[in-house]
Design a protein around this ligand. Structure first.
Ligand SMILES: *Cc1c(COP(=O)(O)O)cnc(C)c1O
Length: 380
């Protein structure tokens, strides 16, 4: 393909239509052009502002605190499980994709008793099944759900599930990594003890840190639970409240970028504005793919506006690695699938992308398909 037509972001990079790392704004990247000491007054104020604004996103008020943590999002998920589920607890993991399976694996590593309620990757977690499960097993102390299962892009009903968990008097934990900032997580409406997300997905900061928004009264009971020093959210919280410092070297540049990213998130109208842009991106993408003959995996009603899974065309001339390489040469990076129910690939609609980029990406897809000899995009 003629690379003079290559689309580029303002820094000359391809656009990332992936589940993370994501395309960030120029101003978010520029915010990182500083070195700050961890004891610097400006840094301490910045850190406090980021924490407060994150609590505000869930309307957490005085009841919630934000505990940030170094590392990618997975570190925060593991920290939440290890800190909140006590050594003699039992965790019910609602699984419908790879991120649910990853939590089950964490439980094996850190020695937490866990049981699984599983639905296929293209089916949301089922509140009625969770209801029956909790009624049958009084030993389950905690339930964890993945908000948007990024494996397929399916939206799980976190509010309905939360009502079932509350009815049985169990504790509720949420991995909202790929949805936080674009889809509402309202602490006034859903009774959860903790939700985790990261700096680089829908909040559009740089990757490198996660955070847990924790109910203070629940976190206060978690001393001594964590099987890992560096992933102990209770210890990180207590130390940060006492000293206003991170326990270990803070990801200063990541926090600088995150503060700017949150500023831009608020300027866009918060969850309503950010979610609105992603919903528009998702609609352009799904409509455009269907018009080309592709078959998205999910019906619109359970498709979260985060990432779209597309069934692999049955046409033997469609070679995914070639398709991927040519699209990436045109300036659009997509993502392979990781489904077990169907051969697929994925295209994200989050990050600093709007209607212009989504339409241009569809244009590039159309050209690549033509270059490949006019592919019939229908799935088997
Ligand atoms: C991305 C993601 C994670 C893990 O985040 P990393 O930053 O890749 O470690 C966890 N859960 C969900 C639902 C995700 O989408």
């Amino acid at each position: 393909m003629d690379t003079t037509n290559r689309a580029l972001s303002p820094t000359g990079d391809p656009f990332l239509l992936t589940p993370g790392p994501l395309t960030t704004s120029l101003t978010v990247k520029q915010a990182m052009l500083h070195d700050l000491g961890s004891r610097d007054k400006g840094f301490i104020a910045l850190n406090a502002r980021v924490r407060t604004r994150l609590v505000d996103i869930i309307h957490g008020g005085e009841a919630f605190t934000c505990v940030p943590l170094q590392g990618s999002g997975t570190f925060s998920v593991e920290a939440m499980i290890g800190t909140f589920v006590p050594r003699d607890g039992r965790l019910l993991v609602l699984v419908n994709g790879a991120y649910g399976h990853r939590i089950v694996k964490m439980c094996a590593y850190i020695g937490r008793d866990c049981v699984v309620e599983e639905t296929p990757e293209n089916v949301p977690c089922d509140p009625a099944a969770v209801d029956r499960r909790l009624a049958a097993d009084a030993g389950i102390t905690h339930v964890v759900v993945v908000h948007c299962e990024t494996t397929s892009g399916v939206l799980n009903p976190i509010a309905e599930l939360g009502m079932v968990v509350a009815k049985h008097g169990r504790r509720y934990l949420i991995d909202s990594m790929s949805a936080f900032g674009a889809l509402e997580v309202d602490a006034r409406a859903i009774a959860f003890d903790a939700v985790v997300a990261s700096s680089n997905k829908c909040l559009e900061g740089a990757p490198g840190m996660g955070f847990c928004l924790a109910r203070k009264s629940a976190l206060a009971d978690c001393a001594g639970n964590a099987p890992s020093l560096s992933l102990d959210l209770y210890d990180q919280w207590v130390a940060m409240e006492k000293t206003a410092q991170w326990r270990f070297t803070p990801p200063v540049h990541c926090i600088l970028a995150f503060d700017q990213a949150i500023e831009e998130f608020l300027a866009e109208g918060g969850v309503a504005g950010r979610g609105g842009r992603y919903r528009a991106n998702c609609k352009i993408l799904v409509d455009g793919l269907r018009a080309l003959g592709f078959e998205p995996l999910l019906p619109d009603a359970i498709q979260a506006p985060i990432i779209v899974t597309v069934k692999m065309p049955a046409d033997p001339r469609f070679d995914f690695p070639v398709f991927y390489d040519r699209l990436s040469a045109a300036g659009y990076v997509i993502y392979p699938g990781k489904l077990t129910v169907a051969d697929s690939f994925r295209i994200g609609c989050i990050g600093r992308l709007g209607a212009a980029e989504m339409n241009a990406a569809l244009g590039a897809i159309r050209e690549v398909l033509a270059d490949m000899g006019g592919i019939d995009c229908r799935a088997a």
